[in-house]
Design a protein around this ligand. Structure first.
Ligand code: F6R
Ligand code: MG
Ligand code: MG
Length: 368
């Protein structure tokens, strides 16, 4: 029997501003999901202003009924958000109506279908104020870097390495890289996380799914700035997959990600507990939460809030130091994102307003 774990998320109204989720929305989502005969189990949570629905069922990936259930849940929560006049009520629901698959409508989706092993530990990673490519560096560390994951060296079941499915989010293409042989080629692409994102990772020797992330880009879908695509990622752990601690270790030295303030700034990704997941300073810095579950016949045993641990205090302190430094740059790059990322924001407006004031130096005859 196969079990599908679907993590579907959306920002359908912030409390307060873009910082958190109001408890009434979480209660509403729980109420709807608990009445559904489609699910084996579910867990409703949030990171920052995003509601995350963690669902288990037997209907497989990309299932219309499951996606419909998530869509209906977000629509119902939007009603509550509107009643409370929460900020940006319904903002991630770009489509007017559901048409079979939630992809392309706004919410983010990561799904894995597994035959449960004797024991099936999984980590669900959820981030706020960033974008899907934010997983590239940690996924590389977890599945390709022996300085992070010693299992790649000393576990015979991992020694063969992993295959990485990388998506080109602009040209809508995908390519499979085989680690370790292809890592130099792969890094050319995944080192540019605004365009290339690791969608899935597979165990090379047995072909099994090891990790799956959400990769939609809302701005490209909506054609205007509607917030970053705060991503989620599911990772299987232990017995031939990375140990739980090897997954979490990838967040011990915080990396810079895009998506802070107005989706237009770079900042450190801070590992936090669910309770500490609401971004405050300059609407940030960006956050990541890791919830651990043991799957048992599809039941979600958990969660364990993995970053709720003093062992990550130093990572958080370093994030605060990096945040101070990045903030000191104000509106300058590289704190502010490069121009091509700003195109989805106000840049075109400012450019068109000023276009007559720009003098083309190649055409002007007088010396300047
Ligand atoms: C970043 C984010 C926030 C908002 C900012 C402005 O991803 O969600 O930083 O961009 O609070 O929000 P608006 O434009 O809604 O006033
Ligand atoms: Mg928001
Ligand atoms: Mg968010």
């Amino acid at each position: 029997k196969t079990v599908t774990l679907s993590v579907i998320k959306a920002d359908i109204g912030g409390f307060v501003g873009h910082s958190g989720v109001h408890p009434e929305l979480l209660e509403k989502a729980k109420g709807i999901l608990s009445g559904s005969p489609l699910l084996i189990d579910f867990h409703v949570t949030h990171v920052g202003d995003d509601i995350n629905l963690i669902l288990t069922h037997e209907l497989g990936r990309n299932n219309g009924e499951i996606h419909q259930l998530a869509w209906d849940t977000f629509v119902a929560c939007t009603e509550v958000a509107k009643k409370l006049k929460l900020y940006g009520a319904g903002q991630d629901l770009l489509g007017d109506a559901f048409s079979g698959n939630i992809k392309g409508l706004g919410p983010g989706v990561a799904e894995i279908e597994v035959v449960e092993r004797k024991s099936e530990p999984v980590i669900v990673l959820m981030a706020d104020k960033t974008e899907p490519g934010a997983w590239n560096l940690p996924l590389y560390r977890i599945f390709a870097d022996p300085f992070n994951t010693i299992g790649l060296v000393i576990d015979p079941n991992m020694h063969g390495g992993f295959n990485f499915e990388v998506r080109d989010l602009i040209a809508h293409k995908k390519i499979i890289f085989s680690a370790p042989e292809d890592i130099y080629d792969m890094l050319v692409f995944i080192g540019a996380p605004g365009r290339y994102a690791i969608k899935r990772v597979f165990h090379k020797a047995n072909g099994q799914i090891a990790a799956s992330s959400s990769t939609q880009r809302l701005n490209l879908m909506a054609g205007r700035y509607v917030g970053k695509d705060d991503p989620v990622c599911i990772i299987r752990c232990q017995s031939g997959f990375p140990a739980v601690g090897e997954v979490l270790e990838a967040f011990a030295r915080p990396h810079l990600v895009s998506g802070w303030m107005r989706g237009s700034h770079s900042g450190p990704l801070m590992p936090v507990s669910v309770t500490n997941s609401c971004p405050t300073r300059f609407d940030g810095p960006p956050r990541v939460v890791a919830l651990g579950f043991q799957l048992a016949q599809g039941k979600l045993i958990g969660p364990q809030d993995m970053f709720d641990d003093p062992a990550f205090d130093r990572a958080r302190a370093l994030c605060n130091e990096i945040a101070d430094y990045m903030r000191s740059l104000g509106p300058f790059e590289p704190h502010r994102l490069p121009l091509d990322e700003m195109e989805y924001t106000t840049m075109p407006l400012v450019m068109s307003k000023l276009k007559d004031r720009f003098i083309d130096l190649r055409l002007s005859k007088t010396k300047s």
